[in-house]
Design a protein around this ligand. Sequence first.
Ligand SMILES: [Zn+2]
Length: 94
Amino acid sequence: MSDRRTRWEDDVLIFGLSSKQVLLATLFYVCEVCGNQGAHQLVKQVRRFTFFFIPIFPVGTRYVDTCTFCGRAMDVPRDRAEAAVAGQGSAELQ
Ligand SMILES: [Zn+2]
């Protein structure tokens, strides 16, 4: 029994979740909460399953839009987030 316990203690597996945030775009529109025409930061949050601190595969991706005036945060569907990023890109080209 003691031999088995010793072997179990040697088998330490380190796994967990890591989270990464990427600022995709800064959008300017009137916030429906505070009413300010202000900057909203569109952030992509990627959570990854890690094994020995090495990211192995993504677990979930969220797109969150945060008002810089009042701090209201809202989940945005992926297609809307990508459309917003694409729209900003073309606006910058003009
Ligand atoms: Zn706001």
